[in-house]
Design a protein around this ligand. Structure first.
Ligand code: ADP
Length: 556
């Protein structure tokens, strides 16, 4: 046989390994979750490939993940009868960073100081296969790609290099992959079957493939989870913990979901959806490549892990869709372009938007957290998805001169319009507390006119692309002269006094224009100020100051 070839890990893997070696003790459990997730994925991939090649399925038998412990040899193995890997796949999957979540994790570390943070984040994010080096000082992966006779053995001590060699047939599973961990001296606990069982139940309880545990060589395997897909069960039979576990599996995030939505659509097309709004922001929320990751199943066969089902403004939602109405042999690409899928995606979008509005109405405190995490993303839809504007306006909450926190809807705003007020006024900036003390607002306050304080970058875009709300145009208070003279003053307020000497004012204005020259377009006597001496405004028909600044930052 050919000799083993030795390979170096890519630099980013080396960095991750370094981090794993210094992981905090309490985070170590996650290695098992990662291995089981990979094993289950491999089973699902095989199930999918077997659709077009019946012989593959027959050979593999029912999908199963088996964990076996051997105290004497200090081994923990995870075996699956999934799709396996060939030599090239081994190199790219276990020598580089294949996973986008892991990449985002590393990027995040790069932007924060110290690796301490990384250690505390390991448990919170899916860090993938390399987490095995938290508990093992040597790892072997024996694998055979479905449809091939040749088995391969990948070996590494997690110290910068790994080797690959052809394996004797009997040294690898007949179908699939076996990962063998030589546990390190600090990891005795993972040789105890009660301990491993607890970790499995806690982290992998909702996985859609059955899991067996063999406590010691020669022992009978014990079934830990039945692998019944959670979404196929009736809601009444699912506990909140099971939903949460499932969300953890699905998202690779380990917070409590803020909202769980599970329903079966019946009618022209039938499908089941289980969707979650995360309780925390995913790391890659603003990554331009981040898509709305939906898992698409057809009668429990995973067709695609990352189908683009929802619009970008719902990209934080994690979901599973299972439909019997989609042909089983559909390819990923075909699924992505299928009109049926597009139609299902639209219906799901409508439902999720409804559920979020309901949450906003009924549980404002819970909703406030969702809005804090994802409001800026939802508002992208106002700009990019005009057909959904009304639905998003129902959800959207704004801070204003009447509300320090974003709790006002446009409906509230319009209901409280002042006499003769004809527009929805807003002020853009990057910090709503600072906005609240802007001199631009003095005249509005005196007349009791509410002004929305918009401090997300996306706000500059939708206020210009949405013409208005309920027939009232959106108007920037920093743009042009807002004419409020028709709106009555609040009690106790008086109109600003006319300047005593018009001549002196004119001279001052001329003087300012001469001094400021091309830095300003015009200098005018203002009626909007009460306590402050000056403020900057944008020309009536030009860009709002905030938008102009944002565009300038992006070099446009
Ligand atoms: P992720 O699974 O999130 O992509 P990992 O680091 O856990 O990232 O794994 C990297 C890749 O290695 C997987 O995407 C998969 O292609 C491959 N892999 C890992 N374990 C297995 C397995 N048991 N069977 C088949 N392929 C596997």
């Amino acid at each position: 046989a050919a000799p083993a070839s030795s390979h170096g890990f890519t630099a980013d893997v080396a960095r991750l390994l370094q981090l794993m070696a210094h992981s905090v003790y309490s985070e170590r459990d996650v290695f098992l979750r990662e291995l089981v997730a990979n094993a289950a994925d491999a089973c699902e991939k095989l199930r999918h490939e077997a659709l077009s090649d019946g012989a593959l399925a027959e050979k593999a038998g029912a999908p199963l993940v088996t964990i076996a412990l051997d105290k004497e040899k200090r081994l923990l193995t995870v075996t699956d009868n999934g799709v396996g890997m060939d030599r090239d796949e081994l190199v790219s999957a276990l020598g580089t960073i294949a996973n986008s979540g892991t990449r985002a994790f590393l990027d995040k570390l790069g932007s924060e100081k110290g690796e301490n943070l990384g250690q505390s984040l390991i448990g919170q994010f899916g860090v993938g296969f390399y987490s095995v080096f938290m508990v093992a000082d040597k790892v072997e992966v024996a694998t055979r790609r479905a449809g091939s006779e040749q088995a391969w053995l990948w070996t590494s001590e997690g110290k910068g290099t790994y080797t690959i060699e052809a394996a004797a047939s009997e040294d690898a599973p007949a179908v699939g992959t076996r990962v063998t961990l030589h546990l390190n001296a600090e990891s005795d606990e993972f040789l105890e079957s009660w301990r491993v069982e607890r970790v499995l139940k806690e982290h992998s309880g909702a996985i859609a493939i059955p899991i067996d545990l063999l406590g010691a060589p020669g022992e009978e395997p014990r079934r830990i989870t039945d692998g019944q897909a959670l979404w196929t069960k009736p809601k009444s039979e699912i506990t909140p913990e099971e939903y949460t576990d499932f969300y953890h599996q699905l998202s690779g995030q380990f917070d409590e979901p803020a909202l769980t939505i599970h329903w079966r659509a019946e009618g022209r097309t039938e499908y089941t959806v289980l969707a979650f709004i995360p309780g925390a922001r995913p790391l890659d929320l603003f990554d331009p490549l981040r898509r709305s990751r939906a898992k698409l199943y057809v009668r429990r066969v995973l067709i695609s892990k990352e189908i683009d089902l929802l619009p970008a403004w719902l990209r934080f939602v994690r979901l599973v869709v299972d439909s019997a109405d989609i042909p089983l042999n559909v390819s990923r690409e075909m699924a992505q372009n299928s009109p049926l899928i597009a139609q299902i995606g639209k219906a799901i979008t409508t439902r999720i938007a409804q559920e979020i509005s309901k949450l906003a109405e009924n549980e404002p405190e819970k909703f406030a957290q969702v809005w804090k995490n994802f409001g800026a993303v939802l508002k992208e839809g106002l700009h990019e998805d005009p057909s959904r504007r009304d639905e998003i306006f129902k959800i959207a909450r704004f801070a204003s001169t009447n509300a320090p926190e974003p709790t006002r809807t446009l409906k509230d705003y319009v209901a409280d319009l002042r006499e003769n007020q004809t527009a929805v006024y807003y002020l853009l900036g990057d910090d709503r507390k600072r906005l609240a003390s802007s001199p631009q607002l003095e005249e509005f306050r005196a007349r009791g006119v509410e002004v929305l304080l918009l401090d997300d970058p996306v706000d500059a875009f939708w206020v210009t692309s949405c013409v208005g709300y309920d027939g009232k145009p959106f108007k920037s208070v920093t743009q042009g002269a807002a004419d409020l003279s028709q709106v009555p003053l609040k009690e106790g307020e008086t109109a600003p006094e006319a300047p005593e000497s018009a001549g002196e004012v004119a001279a001052l204005v001329t003087r300012l224009k001469e001094t400021l020259k091309e830095h300003v377009e015009d200098v005018r006597l203002s009626t909007r100020l009460r306590d402050s001496a000056v403020c900057l405004i944008a020309p009536e028909h030009g860009l709002d100051r905030r938008l102009a600044k944002l565009l300038a930052e992006h070099g446009e």
